[in-house]
Design a protein around this ligand. Structure first.
Ligand SMILES: NC(=O)c1ccc[n+]([C@@H]2O[C@H](COP(=O)([O-])OP(=O)(O)OC[C@H]3O[C@@H](n4cnc5c(N)ncnc54)[C@H](O)[C@@H]3O)[C@@H](O)[C@H]2O)c1
Length: 429
C-alpha cells in the first residue's frame, strides 16, 4: 500500500478512463496533465479517431488541451489495454429510459469487461451517476466473477461527477470539490489519493451509498426547486407581477435562499435523470417520494406548456399553430454546449411537428438536428430568417443570440428566459 501511495505522489500511476465523453475526456486530460499514464478506453471509434488526430469533439476541450498531454494519454477500443492499469475510472453514460427507468446497460457492460481484464490490486472508481446501491452490487458481482474479495483483492470507490459544462463561473475538474466514498477504508484512501492529484478538494464521505445518494440528491434538489418556480410563476401571472422580479427580490436575502428560475424545462444528463434514480431506489425500499414524483411530472410537462402558450398567442393573432412557421432559438439544453440530450427544445420541436407547424432552428453550437427521424432546418440568426417566421421561441440563451437581440424583428416572441421586457409582441410564459 505504502509504495502505491508513493507512486501516486510521484504522479506515475497508470490509470484507465472508461468512456471519453463530456465527463471522461476532461478527467483523462486532467490525470495526464498531473503526470499519470492514462489509457482512455471507449467503444466509439469516431471519437477515438478524432482524439488520435488531435481534434476535440467537446466545446469545453480545445485541440491545444489535447496536444499538451505529451503522449501521456493514449486512447483505445481494445479492452485488453485495461490489464495494464493500476486504477480504472468508469465514466460511461447512465441515462434514464422510458418512464425514467435507469438504463445501466453501458455501466454493466463495463463491469463485464472488467470481469475479463481486471488484475488483482486494481482500484475501480465509479464516476458515472448511478442509483444508490449500484456500485456495491456491481463490486460484489465482479468479485464473484473474478474469485476475488472486493476491498481486499481489488478496491472500489464511488466519486460522482459534478461537472457543469460551459459554466461561466469557472468551476472545473480542479476546483470543484470531489466526493469520494469507498467500499472500505482502504478503497476510500486509495481513491482519495488518486483523485487528490487532479482535484484540489477531495471530500471523503462515509460510504459508497452516501456518495451515490448525495449526487442524485443534488440534482433532485435542483429539479424540485426549479419546478417550484413554475408554480410561483403561475401565481405571479395571476397577481399581475413578474416571477423574475419576485425571485430577484428573494435572492437579496444573504442566507437560506438559493435562486432557481422558471425556464422552458430541464435538460441534459443530470437534472431530468438523477431524480428518477432516487425514485427507483425509493420504490425498491417501498418509500414514497411524492414531492419528487410531482417535480418529475411537472418537468416533463413544461415543454408542452411552451407549445400550448404559443398556440394560444397565435390564436389571439388569428393564426393557427398547424400552419405556423416557428423558429426555435437554441436547441442544446444549456448555453455554450452542443449537447441536446433531454433538451426541452427537442420536446418542443417534436410537439410542434405533431401539431403541423413548420419548424426551423438556430443554434450556434448544434450543426445538425434530427427530431423523430426528421432533419430540422437550421437557419442563421439574422433579420431575414426571423421575419420569415410567424413566431420565435427563445429557448437557450446563448451569448451569440443575446448579444444580437434581433428577436424584436419577429411578429411574435415567446421569451422563456426573461431576456426582454414583455410587450410589443414579446411574451413570457
Ligand atoms: N454531462 C454532464 O454534464 C454530466 C455531469 C455530471 C455527471 N454526469 C454523468 O457522467 C456519466 C457520463 O456522462 P457523459 O455526459 O460523460 O456521457 P457521454 O455520453 O458524453 O460519454 C460517455 C462515453 O462513454 C462511451 N461508452 C459508452 N458505452 C461504453 C462502454 N460500454 N465501454 C466504453 N465506453 C463506452 C461513449 O462512447 C462516450 O464516449 C453519466 O453517468 C452522467 O450521468 C454527466
Amino acid at each position: 500500500m505504502t509504495s502505491d501511495i508513493a507512486v501516486v505522489r510521484q504522479g506515475q500511476t497508470r490509470v484507465g478512463v472508461i468512456g471519453l465523453g463530456y465527463t471522461g475526456l476532461p478527467l483523462a486530460l486532467g490525470l495526464a496533465n498531473a503526470g499519470h499514464h492514462v489509457t482512455g478506453y471507449d467503444i466509439d471509434e469516431t471519437k477515438l479517431a478524432a482524439l488520435r488526430s488531435g481534434h476535440s469533439y467537446l466545446a469545453d476541450v480545445r485541440d491545444e488541451d489535447l496536444a499538451v498531454t505529451h503522449g501521456s494519454l493514449t486512447v483505445t477500443s481494445d479492452s485488453g489495454a485495461l490489464e495494464q492499469v493500476d486504477s480504472v475510472i468508469v465514466c460511461v453514460p447512465t441515462p434514464a429510459g422510458a418512464n425514467g427507468v435507469p438504463d445501466l446497460r453501458a455501466f454493466h457492460s463495463v463491469f463485464e469487461v472488467l470481469a475479463t481484464h481486471l488484475r488483482p490490486g486494481t482500484l475501480v472508481i465509479v464516476q458515472s451517476t448511478v442509483p444508490p446501491g449500484t456500485t456495491a452490487r456491481a463490486a460484489a458481482l465482479l468479485g464473484e466473477r473474478l474469485g476475488l474479495t472486493p476491498g481486499e483483492d481489488f478496491f472500489v470507490a464511488n466519486a460522482p461527477e459534478r461537472i457543469n459544462p460551459a459554466n461561466a463561473e469557472g468551476w472545473n475538474l480542479e476546483n470543484t470539490p470531489k466526493l469520494v466514498g469507498g467500499l472500505n477504508p482502504e478503497s476510500a484512501l486509495r481513491a482519495e489519493r488518486l483523485l487528490a492529484s487532479v482535484c484540489k478538494v477531495v471530500v471523503p464521505v462515509p460510504s459508497l451509498e452516501v456518495a451515490e445518494t448525495a449526487k442524485v440528491f443534488e440534482n433532485t434538489f435542483r429539479l424540485v426547486n426549479i419546478t417550484l418556480t413554475y408554480e410561483l410563476e403561475a401565481l405571479c401571472n395571476s397577481i399581475g407581477i413578474s416571477v423574475h422580479d419576485v425571485i430577484d427580490a428573494a435572492a437579496t436575502k444573504p442566507y437560506g435562499f438559493l435562486a432557481h428560475r422558471p425556464g422552458p424545462g430541464v435538460g441534459g444528463e443530470c437534472i431530468p435523470v438523477d431524480p428518477h434514480f432516487l425514485r427507483s431506489v425509493a420504490a425498491d425500499f417501498d418509500v414514497a417520494m411524492p414531492l419528487v414524483d410531482e417535480a418529475c411530472r411537472r418537468a416533463a410537462q413544461r415543454p408542452l406548456q411552451v407549445v400550448d402558450r404559443l398556440a394560444e398567442l397565435l390564436s389571439d393573432a388569428e393564426k393557427d399553430v398547424s400552419t405556423a412557421r416557428v423558429l426555435v432559438v437554441g436547441v442544446a439544453y444549456k448555453p455554450g454546449v452542443s449537447d441536446t440530450r433531454n433538451s426541452p427544445s427537442i420536446e418542443v420541436i417534436s410537439e410542434l411537428d405533431r401539431r403541423g407547424a413548420k419548424v426551423s432552428y438556430v443554434d450556434p453550437f448544434v450543426e445538425e438536428l434530427v427530431v423523430d427521424g426528421r432533419l430540422v432546418e437550421r437557419v442563421a440568426w439574422d433579420r431575414s430568417a426571423i421575419v420569415d417566421h410567424d413566431c420565435v421561441i427563445l429557448m437557450t440563451p446563448n451569448r451569440q443570440i443575446t448579444e444580437r437581440p434581433l428577436w424584436y424583428a419577429a411578429p411574435l416572441v415567446i421569451d422563456t428566459w426573461n431576456l426582454a421586457a414583455a410587450g410589443d409582441g414579446i411574451h413570457h410564459l
